[in-house]
Design a protein around this ligand. Structure first.
Ligand SMILES: [Zn+2]
Length: 317
């Protein structure tokens, strides 16, 4: 849950070699995830176990909806467990931080090895962050709501923060966690088509290699047409229907596939001003253009699915 700014070169800087290797985190995450939520107290017990259970129920509903029923949570919430005298150090290595929490949990009869993901809800330490993850384990040091749980579980699935940029010309100035809709950003509306494809919730989406007319479905429409992807020298542009709003409109995110890390797939950057500043959408009649590469026009249409007209420069054929 870090909020930081960074600068990412995009348009113009086209020297990137395309790696064929995939990061650890790119595997599909489907089926029932057995989650252990271990409440570990170092003195205070600032919230009730029932509130945690309720937050996990909301998180489960979010995952079921966003994954089209492909992923669900089966969560065991422990009672408050006594952590003992020594609080975990916020600055320690992941291994040193998680080891004492594992032993507290195991002593109480909840063996971490029996679960796919383990979330330690720790009361006591003041760490200056909400949550931190390592592998399939997460430590959360604040009262969790459904958004935080979905976000931190998303990290354990290999998802990085979903960024956003309002300035994207020769380079993008990126807010690392700025995506308006993804729970990996500041949103809590829906995972992106890119994230869903990576997690195996939707089939591989069409990569446009020729000019023509394309359709982008709404949530719940044909799963093979949730997004349209144009591969340009600087990365993949993912076009999809803006989620959860009545007026049809297109949103666009840029993914640079070679920017993955060992733990996370490549991050996406939502373009906050694809047409003009203050408007994160492309609406009927408008054309999104990357000079010298391609253009995407949303054809005038009163209803969804959205129909797009794509033109490609010779170099993108
Ligand atoms: Zn985070």
């Amino acid at each position: 849950m870090r909020l930081a700014a960074r600068v990412v070169w995009t348009l113009g800087a086209i020297s990137a070699s395309l790696f064929v290797a995939v990061p650890d985190g790119a595997a599909a995450v489907v089926g029932k995830q057995r989650v252990l939520a271990a409440l570990v107290s170092y003195g205070p017990r600032p919230y009730a176990r029932a509130d945690v259970t309720a937050a996990f129920q909301q998180a489960d509903a979010f995952f079921r909806r966003s994954s089209f029923g492909r992923l669900s949570l089966s969560t065991t919430v422990t009672p408050w467990l006594n952590g003992g005298l020594a609080e975990p150090s916020c600055g320690a290595s992941a291994e040193r931080m998680f080891a004492p929490l594992r032993s507290v949990s195991t002593s109480a009869g909840f063996a971490p090895a029996d679960y796919d993901r383990i979330i330690y809800l720790v009361a006591g330490p003041d760490c200056g962050f909400h949550g931190i993850e390592g592998g399939n384990e997460v430590m959360i040091v604040t009262q969790p709501d459904a958004h935080l749980l979905v976000h931190e579980l998303g990290h354990t699935f290999g998802l990085p923060h979903a960024g956003a940029s309002s300035v994207c010309a020769t380079y993008c100035v990126t807010q690392e966690q700025g995506d308006l809709f993804s729970p990996m950003g500041i949103g809590f509306t829906d995972f992106s088509g890119y994230e869903k494809e990576q997690l195996g919730w939707i089939p591989r989406q069409p990569r446009v290699t020729r000019a023509g007319q394309y359709v982008v479905e709404t949530l719940g429409g044909t799963l093979a047409r949730q997004a349209v992807v144009i591969t340009a020298p600087e990365g993949e542009y993912w076009f999809e229907q803006r989620p959860a709003l009545a007026t049809p409109a297109l949103i666009v995110r840029l993914v640079q596939p070679d920017t993955f890390s060992r733990a996370f797939i490549a991050p996406s950057t939502m373009l906050l001003a694809p047409i003009r500043s203050g408007h994160p959408t492309i609406t009927a009649g408008q054309t999104f253009r990357i000079a010298g590469e391609f253009s995407v026009t949303v054809r005038r249409a009163a209803r969804v699915p959205l129909r797009l007209r794509v033109s490609l420069a010779a170099t993108l054929h």
